[in-house]
Design a protein around this ligand. Structure first.
Ligand code: RTP
Ligand code: MG
Length: 141
């Protein structure tokens, strides 16, 4: 197993519902270190670029509208197998299918308002971390 970094976003629904602290606590209690952290209001262009892989999907416009509907928190999580471990903590995309005790089971309200984003591969993680953070904003130790 290798130490990895992954990008996490606490989405506007969870920020608006006051779940920032509870979600960060799940990461830290699982042993994932917060290596970088910031709160920001995404522009439409930033949200479209971030989710560019989904640009042809029918839900793309509503996904972008949702992601710019309020501020988000973006984090770099660091630890052993961080990409997969964060996805396990998050649970399935649709909260109705998310395992009990996962972030989405506990805090998401719909597939379109599902509380968190997590990188789905190490390659995505690299792109997504670079999308939001400069190298000197990430604290690796
Ligand atoms: P994310 O990228 O946000 O971490 O979510 P994910 O990997 O679990 O799911 P993905 O397939 O990448 O989809 C990105 C986001 O688009 C919304 N979505 N809506 N209406 C739908 O059927 C549908 N499918 C996906 C979700 O909010 C999902 O998180
Ligand atoms: Mg995804």
């Amino acid at each position: 197993m290798a130490v990895e970094q992954t990008l996490s976003i606490i989405k506007p629904d969870a920020v608006g519902n006051h779940h920032i602290g509870a979600i960060i606590q799940r990461f830290e209690e699982s042993g994932l270190k917060i290596a970088a952290l910031k709160m920001l209001q995404l522009s439409r262009e930033q949200a479209e670029g971030f989710y560019a892989e989904h640009s042809e999907r029918p839900f793309f416009t509503s996904l972008v509208e949702f992601m710019i509907s309020g501020p988000v928190c973006v984090q770099v999580l660091q630890g052993e197998s961080a990409v997969a471990r964060n996805r396990e903590l998050m649970g399935a995309t649709n909260p109705e299918e998310a395992a009990p005790g996962t972030i989405r089971a506990d805090f998401a309200t719909a597939v379109s308002a599902n509380a968190v984003h997590g990188s789905d591969s190490q390659a995505s993680a690299r792109r997504e971390i670079d999308y939001f953070f400069a190298a000197d904003e990430i604290y690796t130790r």
